[in-house]
Write a protein that binds this ligand. Sequence first.
Ligand SMILES: [Fe+2]
Length: 298
Amino acid sequence: MITDIPFVPDTGFQPEVTPFFDAHSHTFSYVVQDPGSTRCAVFDCVLDIDYAAGRLGYAGADAIIRQIEREKLTVDWLVETHVHADHLSAAPYLRDRVGGMLGIGAKILVVQDYFGKVFNEGTDFQRDGSQFDRLFVDGDRYEIGGMTARVLETPGHTPACTSHVVGDSVFVGDTLFMPDAGTARADFPGGDARTLYRSIRRLLTLPEEMRIFVCHDYGPNGREVTHQTTVGAELRDNIHVGTASSEDEFVAWRNQRDSTLPMPQLIIPSLQVNIKGGNLPEPQGNGRRFFTVPIDGL
Ligand SMILES: [Fe+2]
């Protein structure tokens, strides 16, 4: 349950944040390091896929692993801000190589239930979040070395979206984009534009100087892709939810806009892997793994 208790973050420390950009899905992953130790968390790591060929790739995940090994970091957490519909999670690949506990929002159960049916998953697929090490609820805290991270449930883009406050930084997943890019769609199953607006408003009550790290950027109007802004900049300049936009205006605009958007190119393989914590489908009789494409299922 989301509380209305005012939350005053401890902005007195600054995690070291290293972004990694996946140009195919326009995703930013982050290595978030405790400056006082060699402990870190990895947010939203990406597994490459050439879907047309059914071929996986590991270059993006390996770049993160190289950074972890070069800096001799210990991975405390692998965090998914939500069940991504546009890329496969590389969390199991990273966990096998550099460790870390895998965490996601507890509302993953809602997503598992819905898409378990879409993909006709059998009883082997537990819809209880047990594929993850930790299911975060609002207000949860967890440690990254000497840093305490705090979880905020920020649903709307999907039901299981969470944002993570670490010192002067907040990792918002797809709850917010850069100010000139606005917001993410809210039309996936369980998504809701009004809920998204309220989640964003809640994030924007954080101190204005706090750094915001977004999960996606598409470089609108020809600018370079970028990943970092501030609460104050979003309040002033976000084209969808800046101070000028009312809730009702946002909801009407978001719903209209979403009705025109095509499905993400990788939604089919992404969801069936990501609802299982990034684990690939079990091999079939010939030892090969297969994605399932539900006809008219989405
Ligand atoms: Fe997303």
